[in-house]
Design a binder for this molecule. Structure first.
Ligand SMILES: Cc1ncc(COP(=O)(O)O)c(C=O)c1O
Length: 390
């Protein structure tokens, strides 16, 4: 009766079962919801959503021009000039992916997806009847694109390459040089680049964002940059994201015409959210500043703590909300994560994100500083060895 685009097994895994059964509190180092992380959101932050102008409905497929101008201004804050006419509003980044998949691919066409990366790609591609083929990020270096692996995955059905910059969870930005190289591979094959840049504002290693390439600035290959309020101002519940199209005008123009048709079919972005886009982007800067300060402080805490834990290694994270710990492989990651949960701290196992081998633990940098520090010390304590004897 049910579509094969859904997985055969939709049941909980061992970890979610253990969480459901657990009665005692625990420190959650998987927290990804900024509204649950103790930030000081101004109480009237969402007041613009109640503006009376939202009482009338005048749908526009790519979104209200005022809102698209506000998004363009936000790119200008990051130093990029973007034409509002090349922006489409979406209900979220996930919605943006789905719209682009419909624009670019037929059933059975292929998307190249980075590994390790955001676990939702498996579902997002499958729900739109695309086949995800994985290319590797270099596990022994700074998680840059392994171009040999990427080129091996290209087939006549490849329609797009996804990049996430900075990546979740490795924190690696796609460097300007790597984006140039990717563009040179994709353009002649008429493969589009879809760049998820939702965490771009959150630099952890000084200078990392400055060396990154930007999809919205390309003029040589059809490219799309994805962003949204979810991460840029910590408001996932408002459900407002965007797509910026870039590339040669003879490709961008027909892409936008078709994207307009796809968007017009769903009209998924609420009028109040569109009308408030400018105000929320402006007011939300205060939340962004708090998140940025928090993730940096926690990253430094983690660096200091791991420096005192010789058996563990913190993999440098250029940006984003997550960090990757490489830990000794005494037991399968899932057993390790369950044992840590028994000690009152929850982390994600690397295999959730398709790391190529064990053992990696992923920690969120969002929790309040004291909980984060305590959670990290509970994790590291697990690997501490004491030398005894004379
Ligand atoms: C890489 C990446 N893209 C997109 C999202 C989700 O964004 P949205 O809430 O706009 O769908 C996440 C959420 O964790 C993410 O990690």
């Amino acid at each position: 009766m049910f579509s094969s685009r859904l997985p055969a097994n939709v049941h909980a895994n061992r970890l979610s079962e253990a969480l459901r059964a657990r009665q005692e509190p625990y420190l959650d180092l998987t927290l990804s919801n900024p509204t649950r992380a103790g930030f000081d959101y101004p109480v009237d932050l969402l007041a613009p959503l109640g503006d009376a102008g939202g009482l009338s409905y005048a749908p526009s497929a790519l979104g209200a021009l005022e809102a698209r101008r506000a998004v363009a201004a936000d790119y200008a804050r990051q130093g990029l000039i973007v034409d509002p006419a090349r922006i489409a509003l979406t209900a979220s980044t996930s919605d943006g992916y789905s719209l682009l998949f419909k624009l670019l691919a037929d059933a059975g066409d292929e998307a190249l997806v980075p590994r390790p990366s955001y676990p939702l790609f498996e579902h997002l591609t499958r729900l739109d009847l695309l086949v995800a083929r994985h290319y590797d990020l270099d596990p022994d270096g700074s998680w840059s694109i392994d171009f040999h692996s990427l080129e091996r995955q290209i087939t006549p059905r490849t329609r797009l390459v996804l990049v996430v910059s900075p990546n979740n969870p490795t924190g690696s930005f796609v460097s300007a040089g790597d984006l140039d190289r990717l563009a040179a591979i994709c353009a002649p094959r008429r493969i589009a680049i879809v760049a998820d840049e939702v965490f771009f504002d959150y630099e952890l290693e000084p200078g990392a964002a400055g060396g990154a390439g930007r999809a919205a600035a390309r003029d040589d290959v059809l490219s799309f940059s994805l962003g949204g309020l979810s991460k840029s101002v910590g408001l996932p519940q408002v459900k407002l994201g965007w797509i910026v199209a870039a590339g040669p005008e003879p490709l961008v123009a027909p892409a936008l015409e078709r994207l307009e048709l796809v968007c017009d079919t769903y009209l998924g972005v609420s009028t109040p959210a569109q009308r408030s886009a400018g105000a929320l982007l402006e007011r939300g800067a205060a939340v962004r500043a708090q998140i940025a300060a928090r993730v940096r402080a926690n990253y430094r805490t983690l660096q200091a703590a791991v420096a005192g834990a010789p058996s563990c290694r913190l993999r440098p994270s250029g940006g984003g909300w997550y960090a990757v710990l490489q830990v000794p492989s005494f037991e399968p990651e899932e057993d390790l994560v369950l044992r840590l949960l028994g000690d009152g701290v929850l982390t994600h196992p690397g295999y959730f994100f398709d790391f190529p081998r064990e053992s990696f633990l992923i920690v969120s940098l969002l929790p309040a500083e004291p909980s984060f520090a305590e959670g990290v010390s509970r994790v590291l304590r697990h690997f501490a060895c004491t030398v005894t004897g004379q």
